[in-house]
Design a binder for this molecule. Structure first.
Ligand SMILES: [Zn+2]
Ligand SMILES: [Zn+2]
Length: 947
């Protein structure tokens, strides 16, 4: 439990990366709000229309402000006809009860209660009335206080004791007047009735039936009216200030946690945490900054109207004996994260020096190295202050209670109310996704997948409105003591850099069952979609051009799958109107936006693949490619069968009798248990490229290899996507390349004993037994290609489940994804000095090459920070570099403390694993068959035995 909100309000923000420009902006904003004429208190932050805490919310270009979900422009949204004010309009409204789970931070010991008719009606959340029926919309999920919440809306029979006018009045009072959510757009840009109406549920459980009675809006509004009275009754001030302790406590107890308001000032409302009779001049207790308040007050007065100056005077004079004393409201708040350093005098001083020095340099004719160094030092100093997480953000504010009014409301209601905009934007977004689904001609079963595929990495947790407004209002009026969830949840979802995290994530095994990922953006789907698109284009091209060589196919494919082209497709789908990403100049640049759109296009294809399978994504991808060109669409979609299949539509196994080669193929079939309908396809896959055209196989296996490669990529990507939910796309790529590389393919080739079956001409036959890894891998790939042509993708999946995926575990344990060169680089990066500019990376130099061209050997040395670490020798430069890196890691291990850490980590992992294995020793299958079992099954078995 913690009451510090330092973590929460910096959710997803990166204060450390602020550049100079925004730094000035933040300070400006700091000054502006502190000097605001209607500011309630310099330390209480408030909401301004269109403004975040550090200035303008939207820094998008003017053009891009006209579109996009982030500007609350939802495609297909039309204005809604007004409800009639004095009726409940229930014939046209659909009622839903909004629920939160878990209840953490939404339940309180002292909820808002209305006493009516001798009964207590306790606030339990909101009801929502929608003008449209909400169908196929998933619950809204969001991360707040490091806790994952689900906001759901349950259709229920509607309460009837309200009018739309009463709801609208309440709506305006709570959201606009109290919480000052001035940026929430309740209607949409074209106006009309509010898209949703909200009713606060003050409930009591009826003793007889156990049913709930919801208090009428009429009663709620009159409660609010009656509640508005001065926090401290002026006529009884003397009495209040001098009453006995117990009476005072009784009075204060009821006020603690109450929302009080001071209309006209900003913020208008705050939560009372304590009321204090010890009257001192109001000061900011926990503030560590010198605010030079005198100077500030002067500025304030200048801009105030006479009446206000008068009031101000009252307050100033309060301390003197002649004026009545008011109790002090104590409010404990938090300074917004962005501003925590902006007011720090040390920081401000350093900043001024830095700016001055920079100006000075600009006017100098020649800049010396020493100047540069000094500038860098200053930058570093500023950065250091910003990075300091110790900077105090809690502030205790004391305010005279004079002029404050009670509202009768408490923090729990505000806490719930702040979720309303979140849900609203979620619903509006999903309603507009109907438009996208219509244009795709596909309805998602899992709408969340579609949402995920549209979520750019820049997109941050949803507040439904200006996030800073939510934070400010939450600090001012929400619950004071908030419980925080596991910080790691948030951390895991956003962080993916750093060697320790890399090693940590890369050493996790796959999940036994397919598991949904918690990673909240579309990069993983993009990883999958990329493989899907490549696969689809390869298959279509393969069949469309039966005589085109591998090189030609590759060229065509490249043209189709390249980023630029995908961006064109994304534009056809109008993805820019649906994508979720942040405000800011970044994606306003045409090229950046296009790039993001291309990625989003891939992600959508990935989502379609997951939701509807291969046929669906094939249809939609083809349609997007050629929807306006019938002939092309036809050519692309109506694919002929493979030439070998066309020759013998019913299968060609009758050829076996007369062909010794095919008889040999049958042996392979017997060995593997895979029987082909067209056995010539199998023979073709074994046919080396030096064999020309011949009646049996009609040429060599190169085209099948092209196909097989993409089949493997797709299957591996899909498997990893489904079973490694904690891996980011970069980690998935690493695993995939350890799985689908020549070495692994060569191993599978050897395991299947494929070398006996290779069909090549005399000269090559001698080499046959001693084929290079790459050649073995090629044959395996073309075999998979043949398997796909003869069977289908599912069959190939099974093949991979048996031959490839069980190896993953060993790859993970041995860190196979991490070749020595990458590992050395990572090690060097960990030695990077904080803020040290360009990172230090190892440098490789060829220092010798020995021998004639065909048997040449290279000697490479690797240097780090100008010092030689080690040397290595190899037949290629790449090989020699690897050898050098290996040597460096071995011989100079003392340089890299991270290595020890990793080693310990891996040892622990292996130990755990061997314990798992020994656990299930009894009755476990033999070593050989265990090896071929899926890693999942092995784990399942071991847990079962332990149980
Ligand atoms: Zn914007
Ligand atoms: Zn309405």
């Amino acid at each position: 439990k913690s009451s510090s909100s330092c973590d929460s309000s910096s959710e997803g923000e990166n204060d450390d990366d602020d550049d100079d420009g925004s730094c000035s902006q933040i300070m400006e904003e700091w000054d502006k709000r502190k000097k605001h004429p209607f500011s309630l208190h310099p330390e209480l932050w408030f909401n301004l229309k269109g403004q975040a805490n550090d200035g303008l919310l939207c820094r998008c270009s003017i053009k891009s402000r006209l579109s996009g979900i982030r500007h609350e422009i939802y495609p297909g949204e039309k204005p809604i006809d007004y409800c009639s004010d004095e009726s409940s309009n229930l014939s046209g409204l659909h009622h839903y009860r909004i629920t939160m789970s878990p209840y953490t931070n939404f339940l309180t010991k002292v909820p808002t209660v209305i006493n009516h008719d001798d009964h207590e009606y306790i606030f339990e959340g909101f009801s929502m009335f929608s003008h449209v029926k909400l169908e196929n919309i998933p619950p809204c999920k969001l991360l707040r206080f490091n806790i994952e919440y689900t906001v759901d809306f349950i259709p229920e029979s509607a309460p009837e004791n309200f009018t739309v006018r009463s709801l609208n009045l309440f709506n305006r009072f709570i959201f606009t007047e109290i919480l000052e959510l001035v940026d929430v757009d309740w209607t949409g840009p074209s106006g009309g009735c509010q898209r949703f109406h909200y009713l606060p549920r003050f409930c009591r459980t009826l003793p007889d039936s156990g049913c709930k009675e919801v208090l009428s809006m009429n009663t709620v509004l009159s409660f609010l009216l009656k509640s508005v009275k001065p926090l401290v009754d002026e006529s009884r001030l003397e009495e209040i200030m001098t009453c006995g302790e117990s009476e005072w406590h009784a009075r204060v107890d009821n006020l603690r946690g109450m929302i009080v308001c001071n209309p006209g000032l900003r913020p208008s409302s705050i939560r009372v945490d304590q009321l204090d009779r010890k009257v001192t001049t109001p000061v900011i207790k926990a503030d560590n900054y010198d605010d030079s308040s005198d100077e500030k007050n002067k500025t304030v007065k200048k801009t105030k109207t006479d009446g206000e100056v008068e009031k101000e005077k009252d307050e100033k004079d309060e301390g003197t004996d002649s004026q009545p004393k008011y109790p002090l409201i104590i409010h404990q708040g938090y300074r917004p994260a962005q501003l925590s350093y902006a007011g720090d005098p040390v920081y401000r001083k350093a900043w001024k020096q830095y700016v001055k020095f920079r100006h000075l340099l600009n006017s100098k004719p020649k800049i010396l190295a020493a100047d540069k160094l000094k500038l860098k030092e200053q930058e570093e100093k500023l950065r250091e202050i910003r990075m300091k997480k110790t900077m105090k953000r809690e502030v205790t504010v004391e305010l005279s209670s004079k002029g404050f009014l009670c509202t009768g409301l408490r923090a729990d209601l505000c806490q719930h109310a702040l979720m309303v905009p979140v849900l609203m934007s979620h619903l509006r977004f999903h309603i507009c996704l109907d438009v996208l689904e219509e244009s795709l001609e596909y309805k998602f079963q899992e709408r969340n997948l579609l949402q995920l595929s549209l979520t750019h990495t820049s997109y941050r947790t949803n507040y439904g409105t200006n996030p800073d407004h939510t934070r400010n209002s939450l600090t001012n009026c929400g619950m004071r003591q908030v419980e925080y969830g596991d910080r790691r949840i948030h951390y895991q979802n956003t962080r993916k850099r750093g060697i320790c995290i890399l090693v940590d994530i890369m050493s996790r095994f796959g999940k036994q069952e397919e598991t949904a990922s918690e990673i909240p953006h579309n990069e993983r789907l993009e990883f999958l979609g990329d493989a899907v698109i490549e696969f689809l284009t390869s298959v279509h091209l393969f069949y469309m051009f039966p005589w085109l060589e591998e090189g030609g196919l590759t060229t065509y494919r490249m043209a189709l799958v390249q980023n630029q082209h995908l961006a064109v497709l994304a534009k056809k789908m109008k993805l820019q109107d649906f994508m979720l990403y942040v405000h800011g100049p970044d994606l306003c640049h045409e090229s950046d936006l296009r790039h993001a759109m291309a990625n989003c296009c891939e992600a959508i294809m990935g989502a379609l693949f997951m939701d509807g399978g291969l046929e669906v994504v094939d249809r939609i991808f083809s349609k997007t490619l050629f929807d306006d060109e019938d002939v092309l669409l036809h050519t692309w979609s109506d694919l002929p069968r493979h030439v070998l299949q066309q020759e013998e539509p019913g299968g060609d196994r009758h050829w076996v009798k007369s062909s010794p080669i095919l008889q040999k193929m049958e042996k392979f079939e017997e060995r593997t248990g895979i029987k082909f309908n067209h056995i010539r396809l199998l023979a073709k896959s074994f046919t080396h490229r030096n064999i020309g055209i011949n009646p049996l196989t009609l040429g060599h296996n190169q085209r099948l290899e092209f196909l097989g490669d993409t089949v493997l990529q797709l299957i591996a990507s899909e498997y990893l996507y489904r079973h490694y939910p904690e891996h980011h796309e970069g980690h998935l790529s690493l695993l995939r390349s350890s799985l689908v590389n020549s070495r692994t393919q060569g191993l599978v080739y050897d395991d299947l004993g494929m070398s006996e079956f290779v069909i090549c001409n005399e000269n090559a036959a001698n080499e046959g037994m001693d084929m290079k890894t790459k050649q073995r891998a090629d044959i395996l790939e073309s075999f998979v290609g043949a398997l796909f042509v003869d069977k289908d993708l599912d069959y190939c999946r099974t093949f991979c489940n048996v031959c490839f995926f069980p190896r993953l575990k060993d790859f993970i344990m041995n860190q196979d994804w991490n070749d020595p060169k990458s590992q050395l680089q990572q090690c060097c990066l960990t030695l990077r000095e904080v803020g040290g500019g360009e990172p230090d990376i190892p440098v490789y130099k060829v220092i010798k090459s020995i021998g004639p061209t065909n048997t040449r050997k290279y000697v490479v040395a690797v240097y780090f920070r100008g010092k030689r670490l080690a040397r290595g020798t190899g037949h290629s430069i790449q090989q020699a570099e690897m050898a050098a890196a290996t040597q460096a890691l071995k011989k100079r291990a003392e340089l890299f403390p991270i290595l020890q850490h990793q080693r310990r980590f891996l040892e622990r992992m292996k130990k755990d694993d061997s314990e798992r294995d020994s656990d299930k020793e009894d009755g476990s299958p033999s070593k050989v068959s265990r090896r071929s079992a899926r890693p999942n099954q092995r784990r399942r078995q071991s847990t079962r035995n332990r149980i």
